[in-house]
Every structure is written in C-alpha cells, then in structure tokens.
Write a protein that binds this ligand. Structure first.
Ligand code: GRF
Length: 203
C-alpha cells in the first residue's frame, strides 16, 4: 500500500506544486498525495490542490486560542484521512513536541538554507535569504529534514547548494533557491521517506 501523505501549507504552495508535478511524472511511486491541509483559508495552495484533485481541508487557529486546540483538530483531520506521513511545505506554524510525537520521523520539512545556517525560530520566508545576504555567504541552498521538537532541528534527509550572485536581493535569491533546490529536493525526499515507510508497513 502506498504511503498516504498529507501536505501542510499556508501560502502560495509552489512546493506543493512541485510534489503534484512529480506525482504526475510518476516520480512519487510509493506515495499518494492524499490530503492538503492549510491553516490559512486564502492560501493559493488550496486552489492547486483542487486543480490536482487532492482533497483539501482548512484548519484555523484563531488569535489568542491555545495551540493544543488547533493541534487536536489537525490530528483529527489527519487520522480521519489515515495519513501515514506529513510534508510541511511552507507551513507557517511551529508544531509542539506533543504533536510531533504522534508522527516520529514521519514529518518532513523544507527549509530554504543549508541547515545549521540561517535556521531556527524566526528564520522563515524572505528573512532567511536576507540573513544570508547580510552575512555575506557565497553559497546557500535548501534542506529537507525530519521534524522534531526543535525548530529546524531534526535529522537531515537531503541538502542542495545554490550560489549567491553579486546583485542578489532576498527576492531573487528566494526564487533561485526554489528553482534550483527546493522544487527538486522536496519531491525526491518525499519519495524516499514514503518508500521507507511503505517497506516498514509491509514487514
Ligand atoms: C519556501 O521557501 C519554503 O522553503 C519555506 O516556505 C516557502 C514556501 O513557499 N518553508 P511555497 O508556499 O511552497 O510556494
């Protein structure tokens, strides 16, 4: 049985699109994109899910409400859909140790730098690329890693380096890191983990 994957998103969903395109090319043979969950009802990623025929759900956390309520609802949605594995693809929420404990080494995340540089709490979106440019590094990249209780702290699955060019802005760098690293790395890593889990399930 294929590994049932839920993709968690908050925004544009270009990484989700990379997973969909990989699936359509037959490059995700051990995984099934079974569900997309967004914590933002306006996320364009939801449109992408619809176009690709993937069931989608919205799980919101209202300001000032406890994270545990949000996570309990999220866990419900995931278990109702028999999800085996979770891909965080631009999901702008930090998951608690309790939540992560339900899916040990079954949650992966894509981070737009070479961990352990420019990662951890507060490093998201353009901030990551701005920090790399401010520091003056000449090479950055992307990392896919397992998610544990430490933000961007879980075991590394794959990394890809990307050159920084002299005229880069955070925006141009973000785009190059996506094109040259994220969109290639994430589907490959998802397939690798899905394959491992499928084999483990059959043992
Ligand atoms: C990507 O840069 C990803 O690395 C980060 O958030 C961004 C999401 O972009 N975690 P998208 O929604 O997949 O287009």
């Amino acid at each position: 049985m294929k590994t049932r994957i839920a993709v968690l998103v908050s925004g544009g969903g270009t990484n989700l699109q990379a997973l969909i395109d990989a699936r359509d090319r037959g490059e995700l043979p051990h995984g099934m994109l079974a569900l997309v969950v967004s914590n933002n009802e306006g996320a364009y990623a939801l449109e992408r899910a619809k176009k690709a025929g993937i069931p989608a759900a919205v799980c919101l956390r209202a300001k000032g409400t406890p994270r545990s309520d949000f996570e309990a609802r999220l866990l419900d949605i995931l278990s109702q859909n028999n999800i085996d594995m979770i891909v965080l693809a631009g999901f702008m929420a930090i998951l608690s140790a309790d939540f992560v404990g339900h899916y040990p080494e079954r949650i992966i995340n894509i981070h737009p730098s070479l961990i352990p540089s420019f990662c951890g709490e507060g490093f998201y979106g353009l901030r990551v690329h701005r920090a790399a440019l401010d520091y003056g590094v000449k090479v950055t990249g992307a990392t896919v890693h397992f998610v544990n209780e430490i933000p961007d702290g879980g075991r590394i699955i794959a990394q890809k380096a990307v050159d920084i060019l002299p005229d880069d802005t955070p925006e141009t760098l973000q785009r190059r890191v996506m094109e040259q690293a994220e969109w290639i790395l994430l589907p490959r890593a998802a397939e690798e983990v899905a394959r491992e889990l499928e084999m483990r399930n059959e043992e």
